[in-house]
Design a protein around this ligand. Structure first.
Ligand SMILES: [Zn+2]
Length: 577
């Protein structure tokens, strides 16, 4: 392609609201333009990168036996009501009404829709099946931001596996784990597989592939020694043991005027260290008041509470609700002797004695509390959020906290959707059995942004060859017949070798051409100018290292083509024309 004929609207300045590097660089490089918050137009350069990312995903899905589909984006509400997710998805789901007053949803994901297709499976002999699509999803994010990292409309590869039993599911899950590992390697992303909460997907085992990067929105707990990793919604740590003194025969009430916080009680004369306090949180779970207890210096992780209680609609209670349920305002709450409310306690409190907690009367606390003796705990659960520096649960090394982008997610769904939608097949004995499903996703645009996020410098993006919009740019320094003729010959030679080459034949200064090529991140540049040509040479520059060498014109096509083939990855490239 000739740059002079292309639409590559590069900009000197980033949009004012661009906080993430990928957002700024993809806009400045002429890859994307915002239509409105969370919705982006992909311009030709952006669409080329998008397609290359999608093709890598497609190749790896096909390699594990995937069959490509394309399902509708708009779905009847009835399907989502059948699974119950019409209600549980809440505001994240876009809904619209058609002219017949029927409710419809714009798809966030496609478990329900693929399950309806899968009802045509009849026999175990047809299994396993692995179905996927690369298709547009909608998600009404509260705060769309950061360019393509958090949007409301995006292309996603979602796949669904169907097996006769959990052994089959395990094999498909492992195959996806392998395929995703290869995809992220080919995209140049150092993704860490981490244990995750299944959240609204209703699954069992799930693994997220997280890429460390400051623009991310997820915290991942990571052990630098043994590679233990977990999303904060799931990760655990080992706490140093605490020895408690023997408690008094019964808890003692004592006045704590004006003391409303863990820290204030810690500082008060006759108070207690935070790790000797019980923090009592009033939560409303599906309309029921529940008390969540944690050690005073620990933080509740809401997702852990959701996962351990099976609650769907969870929120902190208001001070008024706390007062009504327990008789005191937050700051003096406790669970000693509470009989009529459900109490869920964090495992770090197990076996503890001689603790201090609120007495359910403003400005009064109890000390000498023995949790087994004095508090009717209904459920012990892991509720606390791990903090950096705590000990790795596997090897004891201090844990680190990494900001990450979630680049992919794989779930074991089980038979939930198959039972709901009647996806049954006959087994070897002729009995009808629900199929066992898995669900697996990778956002295409988000991965594209994450690559830009992790591959850039002050001058612009540094695309890996495998996803670069063009693999090499031939920059012509002078538009006379001889120089342009030599450049065009190189261009034809490279195209014949299957290289995605771009000929910069614009009537512009060399500095402008170099700066644009660096901004849009083309991995290699051949510079063709009269001076080097006189010596029978051209300049060969690597975007990643900045290194420039002179090579013979006659060797240029062979050198460039073999370098790019070497870096492009294991599978045949799909040149985009
Ligand atoms: Zn470790």
């Amino acid at each position: 392609m000739r740059w002079s004929q292309l639409f590559i609207p590069t900009l000197r300045d980033a949009p004012a609201d661009a906080e993430a590097a990928s957002h700024a660089l993809l806009v400045r490089g002429g890859f994307i333009r915002q239509l409105h918050a969370g919705h982006y137009s992909l311009l030709p350069l952006g669409w080329r990168v998008h397609n290359k990312v999608a093709n890598i995903v497609r190749q790896e899905m096909n390699a594990i036996g995937g069959q490509e589909f394309l399902l509708p984006t708009m779905h009847p509400a009835s399907i989502w009501k059948r699974s119950g997710r019409w209600d549980t998805m809440g505001e994240i789901m876009f809904r619209l009404t058609d002219r017949r007053h029927n409710d419809n949803a714009l798809g966030i994901t496609h478990e329900e829709i693929f399950a309806t297709v899968a009802t045509e499976l009849t026999s175990y002999k047809e299994l396993p099946q692995l179905w996927y699509q690369i298709q547009t999803k909608f998600r009404d994010e509260a705060r769309p931001k950061s360019g393509l990292l958090r949007v409301r409309e995006f292309a996603m590869k979602d796949s669904y596996s169907f097996d006769i039993d959990t052994d089959g599911l395990d094999a498909q899950f492992d195959a996806h784990h392998g395929a995703y590992t290869r995809i992220f390697e080919r995209l140049g992303l150092a993704a860490i597989p981490v244990e995750a909460s299944s959240g609204a997907m209703g699954g069992k085992d799930s693994i997220e592939f997280m890429v460390p990067c400051p623009a991310g929105e997820d915290d991942v707990v990571h052990c630098p020694n043994c590679d233990y990793a977990g999303n904060v919604e799931k990760a655990t740590s080992t706490l140093p043991p605490i020895t408690d003194d023997a408690p008094p025969a019964a808890p003692e009430r004592f006045p704590t005027p004006g003391v409303r916080t863990i820290a204030a009680l810690e500082e008060m004369d006759g108070g207690a260290a935070a790790d000797r306090q019980i923090k009592t949180m009033v939560m409303v779970i599906d309309g029921e008041i529940v008390l969540a207890l944690l050690r005073g210096d620990h933080q509740l992780n809401l997702q852990k509470l959701i996962d351990s209680t099976g609650g769907i609609d969870i929120r902190p209670g208001t001070p008024e609700e706390a007062k009504e349920a327990l008789g005191a305002m937050p700051g003096s709450l406790g669970a000693v002797g509470v009989a009529d409310l459900r109490v869920v306690a964090d495992e770090a409190l197990k076996g503890r004695t001689n603790l201090t907690t609120g007495a359910n009367e403003d400005d009064w606390h109890y000390r000498g509390v023995d949790i087994d003796r004095d508090i009717p705990v209904d459920q012990w659960a892991d509720l606390r959020e791990v903090a950096a520096g705590e000990a790795c649960p596997r090897c004891g090394t201090p844990l680190a906290m990494l900001r990450c982008v979630e680049a992919g997610h794989i779930f074991k769904l089980g038979t939930l959707y198959a039972e709901t939608f009647g996806v049954t097949v006959s087994d070897t004995d002729g009995n009808a059995r629900p199929v066992v499903m898995g669900s697996y996703g990778i956002g295409i645009g988000r991965n594209m942004a994450t690559i830009a996020e992790t591959h850039h410098d002050d001058a612009g993006i540094v695309w890996p060859v495998a996803v670069a919009p063009y693999e090499v740019v031939i920059t012509v320094l002078k538009l006379d017949d001889e120089t342009l003729g030599a450049a065009e010959e190189l261009y034809r030679g490279l195209r014949a070798r299957g290289v995605d080459a771009l000929l910069d034949d614009r009537d512009a200064r060399a500095g402008v051409k170099f700066a644009d090529a660096e901004l849009i991140g083309i991995p290699y540049r051949l510079t063709v100018g009269p001076k080097a040509l006189a010596d029978g040479e051209v300049e060969w520059t690597s975007r990643a290292t900045g290194e420039t060498t002179r090579i013979a014109v006659d060797d240029a096509v062979g050198t460039v083509a073999s370098t790019i083939e070497g870096e492009a990855g294991p599978m045949p490239r799909v040149p985009l024309g």
